[in-house]
Each structure stands twice: as structure tokens, then as C-alpha cells.
Ligand binder design. Structure first.
Ligand SMILES: [Zn+2]
Ligand SMILES: [Zn+2]
Length: 251
């Protein structure tokens, strides 16, 4: 598979781990042969992250740098059991890509029932494109319920490279990711490889994600990273539903 896009990256606007800018990330993406790069900074719910004004200003930001097409969006925390996200609905409606994730400061790890319920509510709201790093050992999860909901709503499941890298801070992500891949295969759910690079260093790097895809024999047709047009068509359908304020139902 020729990787042409990265679905999950952070700039200095995320407030920690990097001072790299959008242009730094775009240069790294160009060097690594990517055509499309999603810039998904943390939602304002994360301490030290960008304010709503940053996300509002994205509408004025050029969509092409260094020959790489850019998509601007958010990695939004789910902040309660009802699936509320850490960015206002008005701004979510402007985002080109929305990843929903759970992070300890915003959604303290709870039981599998509570963790799953929050993600299910977010997916069922129709506001999210990708479930980010659902492989964190700190967050027990009913994986099949989540993947079934993703199948119903056309939501993608992320394989997060930062989780899979040896010594990654999300514990034994590989076992959960292998389970998720088996479920995505069974329920026909698209998988998105996201580097979760904070800064330019790991943009477009998928050594461990692609190794796990090979190891599990995961079907290439369910991975979006070699098909920017397919990926964008999925995102455009979701964005239209976000703007219309109604959930996305697959068929
Ligand atoms: Zn995250
Ligand atoms: Zn992230």
C-alpha cells in the first residue's frame, strides 16, 4: 500500500510537545510523499490547547502548502457520558475532519460501560469522522459495540501509530488494535492510519500500523490511507451532515 495521507497530526496550537507550525508539518508531509495531511489540533477542552478563536480562524487558512493538500479539523475530547465534545457545535460544523478521543484530563478513565457509552453517544451524534486511539489500556472498552455503531454511522476506526510504537504511553495497544481490526473486518468498517505526530517528526510514519495490518491480514480495501479521494468523499458526506445538524446514517 502506498501511503498518501495522514489523518491525525498536531501543531504548536495543541499546546504541548511541539513548537512546530502547520508549514513545518506540510514540509514533512511533502518530504514523505504525502498528498493529503489532516491537521487535527486538540480541542479547547484540553488544558493549554488552542482556544475557539484558533478553530474559527481555520476558515481563512490556505489549503495547500508545499504541494500538500491540507484538511483542518480537530481532535475533540468527548467530555461527558452523553457524547458532548470539547468544541462548540457551531465550530464543529466548520471542521473538515473531526476525531473523537478520550484523554484523562477531560474524561477520566472509567468502567468499560461508561467509556463505551460516551464514545457511542459521540458516534451516534453524527458529528465525528474517526474514533481516535480506541486502544488505550487506561480505557477499557466494549469494542464490538463501538465498531457496530461505527458501521451504522459510517465512522472510521483509527490505528494510532503513537499507540503502537514500542514504549508507547497507551499500554498494550497492540492487543486491542488487533481485536478492533478483526471487528472492522467483520462489520465492514474503514480503518484510518493516524500518526498522531506532535510536530513534524513522525508525520506520515506508519511502521507499526502497517506491520499490524500485514500481521492480521487486514483487507487493503478497508484502509483509506492510499486513497485521498475516497477519504475526502467520506469526510464531505459527514461534514454536510454536521452542518445540517443531523446524524449521518450509512444508507
Ligand atoms: Zn489523543
Ligand atoms: Zn492526537
Amino acid at each position: 500500500m502506498k501511503i498518501l495521507l495522514d489523518t491525525h497530526t498536531h501543531t504548536i496550537a495543541s499546546g504541548h510537545w511541539t513548537k512546530d507550525t502547520v508549514t513545518d508539518l506540510a514540509k514533512a508531509a511533502a518530504r514523505r510523499g504525502l498528498e493529503l495531511l489532516a491537521v487535527t489540533d486538540h480541542s479547547p477542552s484540553v488544558p493549554g490547547a488552542a482556544t475557539e478563536n484558533y478553530f474559527r480562524a481555520l476558515r481563512h487558512t490556505p489549503r495547500n502548502r508545499c504541494g500538500v493538500q491540507l484538511l483542518f479539523g480537530v481532535e475533540a475530547d468527548v467530555v461527558n457520558a452523553h457524547g458532548k465534545l470539547g468544541l462548540s457545535d457551531a465550530l464543529l460544523a466548520e471542521m473538515e475532519i473531526v476525531i473523537v478521543s478520550q484523554h484523562p484530563p477531560c474524561f477520566p478513565p472509567a468502567s468499560a460501560e461508561e467509556n463505551t457509552a460516551a464514545l457511542l453517544a459521540a458516534v451516534r451524534s453524527g458529528r465525528v469522522d474517526i474514533v481516535g486511539h480506541p486502544d488505550d489500556e487506561k480505557y477499557p472498552l466494549h469494542a464490538e459495540e463501538l465498531v457496530r455503531a461505527c458501521a451504522e454511522h459510517g465512522t472510521m476506526i483509527e490505528m494510532n501509530e503513537a499507540s503502537l510504537r514500542p514504549g508507547g504511553y497507551r499500554g498494550n495497544a497492540k492487543a486491542r488494535d488487533a481485536e478492533l481490526l478483526a471487528l472492522c473486518r467483520r462489520h465492514d468498517v474503514y480503518v484510518a492510519l493516524g500518526s498522531d505526530s506532535h510536530g513534524a517528526a513522525h508525520v506520515g510514519e506508519f511502521t507499526f500500523g502497517t506491520a499490524l495490518l500485514r500481521e492480521t491480514g487486514f483487507p487493503a480495501e478497508l484502509v483509506v490511507n492510499d486513497r485521498p479521494e475516497l477519504f475526502q468523499s467520506i469526510l464531505l458526506a459527514h461534514a454536510a451532515r454536521r452542518r445540517a445538524g443531523c446524524p449521518f446514517e450509512k444508507n
